[in-house]
Design a protein around this ligand. Structure first.
Ligand code: SAH
Ligand code: SF4
Ligand code: F3S
Length: 442
């Protein structure tokens, strides 16, 4: 009988990719995925450590699962992802109901860890080794159909050490997968039905690899090669660091039609003083200049960013410089967070912490500005015909949801189109988070 697997994913898209790969790998050893944890034989929590709230969610979830486990003692609980990497054995001490702790670079060994956990119930099995190359080499080639838009991790880890961030500790040093492996996986995905490929990495534009021609390839060169893969009609990459926005990558936005005109380019703050304290290694003017270069290459490019407010030492004047930068750039979409001190990072030990009330107030002001920009951008699409890649069923019967080139969700009547189709849609209305359109035409 097939065993049941429930996976819950927290955090970024790289975790989504990892969860997919874990499910595929566990399917090969007899696990079938289920939608709820109630009857699962194995629950995997693929966790995020980026902010305190994200990390604490795991422990409340394990608390709920413990009640299930007391009724079903055969159930195994695995904590995977960045909390597993950051806390290791501490997870077992804080949450003894957990059987397995597996880091983001070690999950290809899950089947053997499961066997060990079954043999030695109650003792806990830990693997937080750092060898991404081994992981990618050992994962089985997936066979199931892919969705119309598929993630493909091409780069892991980070060498940038922003002073607020745990990623260099949870994901290790920057590692780029070889171009040949990436191209092979893209071909596989296209064969299985993907029409859009989203290249993933913590610093995806720092990707460097040996090309099949023996030369040193950049991300721009890789994108050119992927645009040639049969069946691939759309390409995206995320998340990028402003420092690694090289000329050839900027040019690719003008030269490669498959490369979508939307870029998530986090700036975090608009004040040079704060950027310096964050160790972002660029000034606000460098970022503005990069945005100009991108818009020259691809005038309709829409931009997204991440922001942190209340970073230690951030004054009202610094914060106003963030607002000014947002006004100057104009974003189609953005994520903004209150600074969360993370254990082991330099900024957490900074004596100049900003009071919570100030963080709350600044976040509200920033979000009001960003939400207004997002709405204005969505409204500017009304009356246009946009190509939409349909990805999933919508709320109403006969409704489908897809994505515009600018990453907006577009709701439309199904008409003659099906999931996986790329169709022209006339945009009729815009909400804060999505667009709606008329009947699509292929
Ligand atoms: N590699 C990406 C970001 C990865 S983390 C980059 O360099 O841009 C995703 C986002 O979480 C960050 O862009 C940042 O805005 C936010 N973040 C990271 N650490 C944080 C912290 N300690 N407190 C609040 N937000 C944080
Ligand atoms: Fe974190 Fe900075 Fe690396 Fe992004 S670039 S993952 S924010 S350390
Ligand atoms: Fe979170 Fe790890 Fe991604 S900390 S944001 S899941 S890299």
């Amino acid at each position: 009988m097939r065993k049941k697997l429930f996976v819950r994913t927290y955090g970024c898209q790289m975790n989504v990719y990892d969860s997919e790969r874990m499910s595929e790998m566990l399917a090969a050893v007899g696990y079938e995925a289920v939608e709820t944890p109630e009857n699962a034989d194995l629950v995997v929590l693929n966790t995020c450590h980026i902010r305190e709230k994200a990390a604490e969610k795991v422990y409340s979830e394990v608390g709920r699962l413990r009640a299930l486990k007391s009724r079903r003692p055969d159930m195994l609980i695995a904590v995977a992802g960045c909390v597993a990497q950051a806390e290791g054995g501490e997870v077992l001490r804080r949450a003894p109901a957990v059987d397995i702790v597996v880091g983001p670079q070690a999950y290809h060994r899950l089947p053997e860890m499961l066997a060990r956990a079954e043999r030695a119930r109650g003792s806990g099995v830990i693997d937080v080794d750092f060898r991404p190359e081994a992981k990618f080499d050992e994962l089985p080639a997936p066979e199931r159909p892919a969705g119309p838009s598929a993630f493909l991790t091409i780069q892991e880890g980070c060498d940038k050490f922003c002073t607020f961030c745990v990623v260099p500790y949870t994901r290790g040093a920057e590692y780029s997968r070889p171009a040949a492996a990436v191209i092979a996986e893209a071909k596989q995905l296209a064969k299985r039905g993907a029409r859009e490929i989203v290249l993933l990495g913590q610093n995806v534009n720092a990707w460097r690899g040996e090309g099949p021609d023996g030369r040193d390839w950049t991300l721009a060169r890789l994108i050119l090669a992927l645009a040639e893969v049969e069946g691939v009609e759309r390409l995206r990459y995320t998340t990028s660091h402003p420092r690694d926005m090289s000329d050839d990558l900027v040019e690719a936005h003008g030269a490669v039609p498959a490369l979508m005109p939307f870029l998530h380019l986090p700036v975090q703050a608009g004040s040079d003083r704060v950027l310096e304290r964050m160790n972002r290694k660029h000034r606000a003017s460098d970022y503005r200049h990069t945005v100009e270069r991108l818009r020259e290459a691809r005038p309709d490019i829409a931009l997204a960013s991440d922001f942190i407010v209340g970073f230690p030492g951030e004054s009202e004047r610094d914060f106003e410089q963030t607002l000014a930068l947002v006004r100057d750039v104009g974003y189609a979409q953005a994520y903004s967070f209150k600074f969360s001190p993370r254990p082991g990072t330099p900024a957490a030990a900074d004596p100049l912490q900003v009071p919570e009330a100030v963080k709350i107030e600044r976040l509200a002001r920033l979000q009001e500005l960003l939400n207004g920009q997002q709405q204005a951008f969505n409204r500017s699409c009304i009356g246009k015909r946009l190509p939409v890649l349909f990805e999933r069923p919508g709320r109403g019967r006969r409704q489908l949801v897809g994505r515009s080139p600018y990453m907006q969700a577009v709701h439309a009547e199904a008409g003659a189109v099906r999931i996986g189709d790329l169709a022209q849609v006339e945009i009729l209305a815009a909400g804060p988070n999505s667009l709606s359109g008329g009947s699509p035409a292929i």
